[in-house]
Design a protein. Structure first.
Lengths: 190, 258
């Protein structure tokens, strides 16, 4: 009888240990997946940033002749591109990305003042191409932020936070934030 | 000591019961893992889909080819059907149904959201769309005409040896153009698209079977709830029954050896 009860207690304890270990493995695998999602979504942004950066010299070349009074803007764009190409860290790339996006927004708005440029097929083609990349970038930034948000919530939620702390997943990841320049409306003077 | 007659049969029954309990717990865990996977995966807009596992939502647009559902005759991009026969069962009050035939077929379709559209190949997907078509036939009641034709084409016998109709049930599930879908799939390059001909990123992508391929017409919230409900339910039921059966097995085996 005592042996039987001991056996039942042992089985129950075994099942509890198994359940806790299984849950810890699930949490660990989940955290690894979430981290990998963040890295992958950043890599997917990086691909588009590189594509946009490759398009910029062609765009600048196509507008240079028309926008002689906007030399400052074009220099700003070139500098932002150089900053992106030399950026090594994610933060530096994100900063350069924000500068390029801001400068492009201004450039396309200012181009309204140049009817000849607006009619130029080359320019239209580059504008469409870059606008397309910008739209995709906006979606992927949002996707990145969703990935980061899911991870940050997971490492702060109970009971996952217990295992997350034990496994060293403690620091929340940073999201993409719209810069002051991106939030501002571009003034176009006609 | 002589072993009582039939005891091995009883032991086999409890071993089977314990095995079913373990299977139920395992399936429950898999359901919870799927729930986590869905929760962990942010939804992509179709315009910005990247290669790899993706989750998208959108409306079905028929591709070049469509199908006609075998029982309802409705235009669709995917269908699944099943014919079951009611079996006589005197020992139990519950009806028992035996599957006579079942099948599914799908064609590539496009999924469209506000940002673009992408091609989906439904082959190999786990499709969870509730069946909205069912018909039956029994003594004095023939199946509808279209189903009768299907039965004849597939050389199935729906009458018994006396020439009377067997009790058969016909169910069908479809994905029709215009349906709102939730899709979790693998985004790959679409080999059917010529290099350089794609206008948008999504034009060169094909969603198909990868590690996970799940299609549902429910919202993501409902899909998560469903996996959670199934997962927890199966773990609790399987765990309780598995444990009880295991304990009975212990008691029986220890009694046999004393």
């Amino acid at each position: 009888m005592i042996l039987g009860i001991a056996l039942i207690v042992l089985v129950v304890l075994g099942l509890i240990v198994l359940a806790v270990a299984g849950y810890a493995i699930a949490v660990y695998n989940g955290l690894v997946r979430l981290k990998s999602n963040i890295q992958k979504s950043w890599a997917n942004i990086d691909v588009l940033l590189k594509q946009r950066s490759d398009e910029l010299p062609k765009l600048i070349a196509s507008v240079k002749g028309y926008m002689k009074h906007e030399a400052g803007l074009l220099t700003e764009l070139t500098k932002a591109r150089t900053a992106f190409l030399s950026a090594k860290t994610m933060g530096a790339k994100a900063k350069a990305d924000a500068s390029i996006s801001g400068a492009l927004k201004t450039l396309f708005a200012v181009s309204e003042n140049y009817p000849n440029l607006k009619a130029n097929e080359n320019f239209i083609q580059f504008q469409n191409r870059i606008s397309g990349i910008e739209n995709e970038l906006a979606d992927r930034r949002e996707f990145y932020n969703d990935s980061v948000n899911t991870y940050n919530i997971r490492i702060k939620s109970f009971p996952d936070m217990i295992f997350a702390k034990m496994l060293g997943y403690v620091n929340p990841e940073e999201m993409f934030k719209a810069t002051e320049a991106e939030r501002k409306d571009v003034k176009v003077e006609f | 000591m002589a072993v009582p007659e039939g005891v091995y049969g009883v032991i086999a029954f409890f071993v089977f019961g314990f095995g079913m309990g373990v299977w139920s717990v395992y399936t429950g865990i898999k359901n919870l893992a799927m729930k986590r996977l869905i929760q962990d995966m942010p939804t992509s807009t179709i315009r910005s889909i990247a290669i790899g596992p993706v989750e998208v939502k959108g409306k079905v647009v028929a591709g070049d080819e469509t199908l006609m559902a075998p029982f309802s005759g409705k235009k669709c991009v995917y269908y699944r059907y099943m014919i079951e026969e009611k079996l006589p069962d005197k020992d139990m009050d519950k009806d028992r149904w035996k599957t006579i035939t079942k099948g599914e077929e799908g064609r590539q379709f496009k999924l469209k959201d506000s940002t673009g559209q992408v091609v989906v190949d439904p082959a190999g997907a786990k499709v969870e769309v509730p069946s909205d078509f069912s018909a039956s036939s029994h003594i004095g009641v023939d199946p509808p005409e279209r189903i009768m034709k299907f039965i004849k084409d597939n050389k199935l016998k729906f009458e018994n040896f006396l020439g009377m109709n067997k009790t058969w049930k016909y169910t069908e599930t479809r994905i029709e153009p215009g349906a709102e879908l939730y899709v979790m799939a693998e985004a790959t390059s679409n080999d059917d698209v010529e290099a350089g001909s794609a206008k948008q990123n999504a034009d060169r992508i094909l969603l198909k079977k990868g590690r996970v391929f799940y299609i549902s017409n429910r919202s993501e919230k409902d899909v998560v709830k469903s996996f959670q409900f199934k997962g927890i339910g199966m773990i609790i039921v399987g765990g309780i029954f598995g444990f009880i059966f295991l304990m009975i097995l212990f008691v029986m085996i220890s009694a046999l050896f004393h």
